[in-house]
Design a protein around this ligand. Structure first.
Ligand SMILES: O=C(O)CCC(=O)C(=O)O
Length: 232
């Protein structure tokens, strides 16, 4: 039921993603089905951040590029005086490298899963320190709860989950699937892929899963949830 794909990502790409995510982490929250919003809860102890999806990053990059003023070669000093400061161009380049990295990962997920890139939510990077965990939960949104209506309106159900371990964990930190008696062990670049709904479209409770406590070392992963339709 859970597909394990070793070597989905090379170590350098995993490290590059971690370094981009590291300064942007915030405490993880859990989804509250009663209110349809996030709340703090010790059900989950980790830090996280989301990257924008690459097609959205591309639109933002085009706007950024258009905002850079650079006079053509040979322009007079008076005209060149209106050039954007060098820091602006460096920022555009930094943004382009981030877009390229995210796009390459998202394209690899698309070709591995056969699910279109624009069905994906943004890549979510998670970081666990020793003692960090996420108790058993489902990734799908149960439509019987009113709090899930709005989030389901943004592209339908999370029909599948694609997750990648971005480092080796010294001890603990596996991903357990209690209904399937299965424990995945973190390993740099190893991906897990599973479907949260059955062939008939019903929710699959066998996908219950948990992040086991990290005992030693730290743990980095990313998760990408894939919707039935374009995620908006
Ligand atoms: O950290 C893990 O191994 C699992 C993460 C997870 O279950 C989630 O982000 O929904």
């Amino acid at each position: 039921m859970v597909e394990v794909i070793d070597g989905f990502m090379d170590a350098a790409t995993c490290e590059a993603l971690v370094e981009l995510a590291r300064p942007r982490l915030a405490k993880s929250k859990v989804w509250d089905i009663a209110t349809g919003s996030e709340k703090e809860d010790d059900y989950r102890v980790s830090e996280q951040m989301f990257f924008g999806r690459s097609d959205h990053l591309t639109s933002a990059l085009i706007a950024l590029e258009m905002s850079v003023r650079e006079a053509p070669p040979g322009a007079s000093p008076e005209v060149k005086a209106y050039d954007s400061p060098p820091g602006v161009k460096a920022e555009v380049e930094r943004f382009r490298r981030e877009r390229d990295l995210i796009r390459s990962i998202e394209e690899a997920i698309e070709s591995t899963t056969g699910i279109r890139l624009n069905h994906g939510e943004g890549i979510q990077v998670l970081h666990y320190n020793p003692g960090g965990y996420y108790k058993p939960h489902y990734d799908y949104f149960d439509p019987q709860f009113d709090g899930n209506k709005a989030v389901l309106g943004r592209g339908g159900q999370r029909k599948a989950t694609f997750m990648v371990y971005l480092n080796d964990v010294e001890e603990g930190g596996g991903t357990s699937f209690p209904q399937q008696n299965f424990l995945a062990v973190p390993k740099t670049g190893r991906a897990l892929f599973w479907k949260n709904v059955k062939e008939d479209g019903s929710l699959d409770p066998g996908t219950l899963h948990a992040a086991e406590p990290v005992v030693k070392g730290e743990k980095w992963i990313f998760t990408k949830w894939l919707r039935e339709r374009e995620f908006i």
